[in-house]
Design a protein around this ligand. Sequence first.
Ligand code: FMN
Length: 158
Amino acid sequence: MKTLVVYASKKGFTQSIALQIAEGIKDGSKAVNIKREVASCNLGDYDACIIGGYVHAGKMAGALRSWCIKHTQTLLEKKLGFFICGLDEENYEKTIGDAFPAELVKHASEIVHAGARLVLKDYNPIVQAILKKITKSDQDLFLDRPEAVKKLIEAFSS
Ligand SMILES: Cc1cc2nc3c(=O)[nH]c(=O)nc-3n(C[C@H](O)[C@H](O)[C@H](O)COP(=O)(O)O)c2cc1C
């Protein structure tokens, strides 16, 4: 199923997941960054759409929400999925529910938590100190969820 994967990524982990998903589904599927390439894409050319993003301080990128609001009617006519990348594996459905229009969340056939990567040296010392306090760890953190990526790929492969 030709799928447009629209993602927001600060440090590259969500981008890597979006690329894996598009490459796994094949069939002309493509992953596009919400900040850069999405404007040059015609959603009408795709059978399905998967939207994914990182979480910072409990929130997903506002640009993803704005894009979804702009394209709500078209998205309601397509197979739809959401994925989220974040360290909190428990509250991710609520975070997605808060981030996107309720009718789209209800319409989505797949909503998955796709893992997280937190590399402390990617951030300045002040942010590093805050992150260490929040995570109660002074280590880089990596949550691998290959089964979630596989689930999305299988659901959107026709
Ligand atoms: C400043 C900051 C705040 C974060 N806040 C959250 C959060 O509230 N909930 C969560 O689950 N993960 C949180 N994370 C973890 C990121 O969502 C995670 O590192 C994600 O994989 C980043 O994706 P990216 O590499 O695409 O930017 C936070 C990370 C940073 C750096």
